[in-house]
Design a protein around this ligand. Structure first.
Ligand SMILES: Nc1nc2c(c(=O)[nH]1)N[C@H]1C(S)=C(S)[C@@H](COP(=O)(O)OP(=O)(O)OC[C@H]3O[C@@H](n4cnc5c(N)ncnc54)[C@H](O)[C@@H]3O)O[C@H]1N2
Ligand code: MOO
Length: 405
């Protein structure tokens, strides 16, 4: 049996990204870049106006200028500004030669003699300088960085059309268990629905993987081995069930017979002790317990770390959010125990109802905490480290949005 820390260290030391491919940037959101990309030119590409107004010289502070024809954004203009002669300019237009500043139109007065300017003109006012946003040659995307909508914005701003990315991890899921039926099948009184396989598929998709489901195996070696053999083109096989010591628990044995090299086969964690990770050739394998909550929390800790590595992420380690315990809570000590809870942006409230075999707590949980064996009680207000399960924090009613003094 290994500690959680040791299990994660082994994962991070061994799992590497799969191959790469080239994608148009619009299709690359959610992928991880496999290359560094650099700015091809300065952004802004030229000094330009930040306001609709007049491009003027400082010599005309407090004076009246004649205005030359307007320069619009996108215009190629060779108009020059000199004392006594400003240029009407629109936001984004190329700054004319000779101009020291832009005076916003609302700070000027149109008179019969010309445009009256304010008494003070600050050099550079309302001019966006060439290269102040992005400098030519600067790295704008790093290998290992996840491509978000805003990373894509930078690539597009540089006219970059394609990017080399790591291929999406291909995940194959199957469940083992004689008692299981799929949710679209009729069910007998002694049977249960297979909720783990849809859960792993959906969560793998949420984490940017391609996910395939090959069904539920019978509790026989032959059936499990046939499913494994059919899944060996995947980067990761995720199974649930059949990993304990029961008379029908053949999962680990079947993987071993097909040559699985084990990275670890039991973890000091509650729930989820029987979780094991290994590989057959290039295919990683995570065998999770059948109990739904046990399977989910171990997926979040171990399978997710493997997926992060397969993605080629430069930041693949789970990073908890430090928050405060919302209510005091007694804890059964003696184990590294995972507790699910709600997070409202300010505190973590441990779910009253949770157990390894349950399905219902999973939907309620925003995150997990792992308490060490000596913890007997968590006090209200105590700092906890929460592993987030979803980050798109929203609330049922309006919440204070402002940061004030
Ligand atoms: N004598 C012992 N018994 C058990 C031990 C132990 O150490 N000694 N460990 C317990 C723990 S802890 C866990 S966790 C489970 C692990 O069991 P398995 O991984 O072998 O899972 P199964 O026995 O196949 O199923 C457990 C439970 O989960 C339900 N299940 C299974 N698959 C699914 C699925 N796809 N969707 C929904 N629910 C599923 C299954 O019906 C069982 O109720 O072993 C304990 N026993
Ligand atoms: O440790 Mo089991 O994984 O209690 O559910």
């Amino acid at each position: 049996m290994v500690s959680i820390t040791e299990a994660l260290e082994r994962i991070h030391a061994n799992v590497k990204a799969a191959g790469t491919e080239i994608l148009p940037i619009e299709s690359a959101v959610g992928y991880v870049s496999a290359e560094h990309l650099h700015a091809r030119f300065d952004l802004p590409r030229f000094d330009n106006s930040a306001m609709d107004g007049y491009a003027v010289t400082m010599a005309d502070a407090g004076g009246i200028i004649a205005s030359q024809p307007t320069i619009f954004a996108g215009d190629e203009s060779d108009v020059k500004v000199r004392p006594g002669y400003g240029v009407k300019i629109m936001t984004g237009a190329v700054m004319p030669k000779g101009a020291d500043a832009v005076i916003p139109v609302e700070n000027t007065i149109e008179t019969a003699e010309g445009i009256s300017l304010p008494d003070t003109i600050k050099r550079g006012a309302h001019i966006r300088k060439k290269g102040e946003d992005i400098t030519k040659g600067e790295r704008i995307l790093s290998a290992g960085e996840t491509i978000t909508a805003y990373a894509l914005t930078q690539l597009a701003s540089q006219g970059i059309t394609h990017v080399r990315v790591f291929q999406k991890p291909r995940v194959t899921v199957f469940a083992t268990g004689h008692e299981l039926r799929m949710h679209y099948e009729p069910i007998e009184a002694h049977q249960i629905y297979n909720s783990n396989a849809p859960m792993f598929i959906a969560r793998s998709l949420e984490l940017g993987c391609d996910a395939r489901f090959t069904g539920a195996t019978a509790d026989t070696m032959e059936s499990i081995k046939a499913h494994i053999a059919a899944a060996l083109d995947a980067d990761l096989i995720i199974t649930s069930g059949g990993v304990s010591v029961g008379d029908a628990d053949f999962t680990k044995e079947a993987f071993a017979e097909l040559g699985m090299e084990t990275l670890f086969s039991k973890v000091d964690i509650k729930p989820g002790k029987p979780t094991s990770v290994g590989r057959i050739g290039k295919t990683w394998v995570v065998n999770l317990p059948g109990n739904p909550s046990a399977a989910a929390v171990n997926f979040e800790i171990f399978a997710r770390s493997i997926i992060n590595r397969l993605h080629g992420m430069q930041a693949p380690y789970i990073a908890p959010i430090v928050t405060l315990c919302a209510e005091s809570k007694k804890i059964k000590p003696g184990k590294y125990s995972v507790l699910m809870g709600r997070f409202d942006g300010e505190g973590f409230e441990i779910l009253e109802k949770q157990g390894p075999g349950m399905v219902s707590p999973l939907k309620e949980a925003d995150g997990l905490i792992i308490v060490t064996p000596k913890v007997e009680c968590l006090e209200k207000g105590q700092r906890v480290r929460m592993i987030p399960l979803r980050c798109n924090q929203t609330a049922e009613s309006a919440v204070e949005l402002f940061t004030s003094v």
